[in-house]
Design a protein around this ligand. Structure first.
Ligand code: ATP
Ligand code: MG
Length: 631
């Protein structure tokens, strides 16, 4: 755990942390002034736990800050370099985005959408998605984006929950060369929903669609719309969007984010973490259907007037070289992706990335799950050629933006593979025991956040009680993220997995990430997921699922022995799994996170609960078969 890498970008701004530490409220007050406000706030923070209101009385508009403010200096600068899965490409400048967004704002208004109304966006990764989001923001409508891989039932639940008046979708979207018929899915999802007044259809794939009397075509509507729409002057706390969480631990929660605080958080973290410069070409691979896409594909880069790449399809389509090809083509300087994607790239071997010129890269990032140190090192060496700092960013849909991450745009500190290092300035984040007492360094416990922050969710949509219960009831006046963690003697934070997934063997607690990272550090292993199942003697025993790297032909009996030995040496005999299963894939959410709760439920013969965000049912069948063999 103590291996360190001294790599930074030469920035050393100690003052920012000093200011933040002395008074986080004044600190954020100062940061908020980087944005353009229509009128100033009268109170920086109104904190009635667990409800925080930032910049009370101030008026602002997200779309104004993303577009209008750049029109004098950057109207010809590319905002989005869009790459279609099928090889199509489009470049949208800040000027073009500005015109399109205003046209769509006027369209929404002409359909009767008003401030506070909800608009569901069920679109593939095409420029119309950020355009529609910013158009909603411009008129104060609340967007609720649904990932375009979801089924009719998942959409139905979410649309019913948000009571959206308008749905924006596409005829279809490309995924692995095939057309996904999105409009058809929407038709099924909203049957009988009278509150949905209009469905707007972008024609992306030109597949045949049935047209009902609610339907209107995007192009037709925009043709006649005016490209001048003044932004609404919205209260800082006006809701910007509802977004449902990934569903890794259960039924997705409808997270509600505000405007002024959220934008302040994004503006600051984007600068500190990514060291963003006017010359950068930023590429975040997240789908806009997830929070990473909302915060760091749509809002943060546009607030900064940055140029970014937006990619439509699967990261390994038509083959495993697609991401490297895109990075090379656009001379990308910053790359932000997930551990799950990196493990997949690693599985395909080094020759593929090595055959591309990735020399334009200067900074790499990851988000979504704990990154296994082995994967971190691969990213550092093979992709970053040992010259790019890696930012391992911890945050959640609920937090709005990063809360723990190295910040090479602000300071240079040694990096440790697998650790998100320290909280961002202004945050008091610690690790506590069951009773809420801070634990000693190097002791495992629960991550807690002890002060409010500007990107913090307002509440869960329509359910303040659930908001209080899920995040604020375990510890008094502390936000509980539900993650297991450790702080080392240098004050670095290590995320060890979900609190719900902690393994308890013979009185010892082991985070899933510790054990999985050990297994993944074996040369033949691409991925692993571990879970506990009940055992009459030990209380709980560990079961491990392992996916091998491409082309590995080792005898699994020998490999199993090697893994047992590795675990005994690196983690301890106590962590030795009762059984290791070799499978071809793991059950994951559509955002790529391992759903350990499914493994656990199957192992416990329990109902598997909400699977609306499960990526591939076949992975569950494989796990089920493996378990059936033991019983
Ligand atoms: P649900 O809340 O519905 O179970 P989810 O928690 O997966 O879904 P997200 O908000 O997308 O939904 O994910 C946030 C979680 O992802 C964090 O609580 C944490 O467990 C994990 N995570 C994100 N980034 C990191 C990181 N850098 N290191 C470790 N874990 C991370
Ligand atoms: Mg969560």
């Amino acid at each position: 755990m103590s291996e360190t890498y001294n790599i930074g970008l030469g920035n050393n701004d100690a003052e920012t942390r000093l200011n933040a530490d002395s008074d986080y409220v004044s600190f954020w007050d100062k940061q908020a002034r980087n944005l353009s406000w229509f009128s100033p706030w009268s109170k920086t923070l109104d904190w009635h736990p667990p409800f925080a209101k930032w910049f009370v009385g101030g008026t602002i508009n997200a779309s104004y800050n993303a577009l209008d403010v750049h029109q004098n200096s950057k109207s010809k600068k590319p905002a989005i370099l869009w790459e279609g899965e099928n090889g199509d490409s489009r470049i949208l400048t800040y000027g073009e985005m500005f015109a399109q967004v205003q046209k769509f704002s006027n369209t929404l208004k002409s359909l009767g959408v008003q401030k506070g109304d909800r608009v569901t966006l069920y679109l593939p990764m095409i420029p119309e998605l950020p355009i529609a989001m910013l158009a909603c923001a411009r008129i104060g409508a609340i967007h609720t984006v649904i990932f375009s891989g979801f089924s009719a039932t998942s959409i139905r639940d979410r649309v019913d929950d948000s009571k959206s008046k308008v749905i924006v979708t596409a005829d279809g979207g490309y995924r692995r060369g095939k057309i996904v018929p999105l409009k058809e899915v929407v038709d099924e999802a909203i049957q009988g929903f009278d509150f949905v007044e209009n469905v707007i259809v972008v024609q992306r794939t030109k597949n045949e669609i049935s047209i009902t009397d609610k339907d209107k075509l995007w192009d037709e509507l925009l043709k006649d719309a005016s490209d001048v729409c003044p932004p609404e002057k919205l209260q800082s706390t006006h809701p910007l969007y509802i977004l449902y969480t990934s569903g890794t631990t259960g039924k997705p929660k409808g997270v509600l984010h505000g405007t002024g605080g959220y934008l302040t958080h994004l503006y600051s973290t984007f600068k500190w973490a990514f060291d963003i410069k006017d010359s950068d070409v930023f590429f975040c691979t997240a789908d806009i259907g997830w929070v990473t896409g909302h915060s760091y594909v749509v809002y943060a880069p546009l607030l900064h007037g940055a140029t970014e790449i937006m990619y439509e399809g699967a990261p390994d389509f038509p083959d495993a070289s697609r991401m490297w090809d895109i990075l090379q083509k656009y001379n990308a300087t910053i790359f932000y992706t997930t551990p799950t994607a990196l493990r997949m790239f690693m599985k395909f071997g080094d020759d593929i990335p090595n055959s591309f010129d990735l020399s334009s890269l200067r900074l790499l990032g990851t988000v979504g799950e704990p990154i296994n140190p082995e994967v971190w090192k691969w990213y550092f060496k093979t992709i970053g050629k040992e010259k790019c700092p890696i930012i391992d960013t911890w945050w959640q849909t609920e937090t709005g933006g990063m809360l723990i991450s190295p910040l090479p745009g602000l300071e240079t500190i040694p990096l440790k593979p697998g650790s998100g290092t320290r909280p961002i300035p202004g945050m008091n984040i610690t690790v506590v025991d069951e009773n809420g007492e801070d634990v000693a360094p190097n002791t495992k416990g629960y991550l807690v956040i002890k002060n409010p922050w500007p990107g913090m969710l307002l509440t869960l949509w329509g359910d303040d009680e659930k908001y209080k219960k899920v995040y604020w009831s375990k510890y008094k006046n502390c936000y509980y993220p539900g993650d297991y963690a450790l702080k080392d003697s240098d004050g670095y934070l290590w995320l060890l997995g979900r609190a719900d997934d902690v393994l308890k063997v013979a009185g010892h607690r082991i985070g899933t990430a510790e054990l999985e990272s050990c297994i993944v550090s074996h040369d033949d292993v691409a991925e692993s997921a571990v879970c506990g199942i009940p055992d009459e003697v030990k209380g709980e025993v560990i079961i491990a699922f392992v996916v091998l790297k491409q082309g590995v032909a080792t005898d699994t009996k020998i490999l199993e022995k090697e893994l047992f030995e590795k675990i005994r040496n690196d983690v301890g005999a106590i962590a030795t799994p009762k059984q290791i299963y070799f499978v071809s894939k793991l059950p994951k959410t559509r955002s790529g996170k391992i759903m350990r709760r499914l493994l656990k439920a199957i192992g416990n013969n329990e109902k598997i609960g909400d699977v609306s965000t499960l990526e591939d049912g076949a992975a569950v069948t494989e796990v089920q078969t493996a378990f059936d063999e033991i019983q």
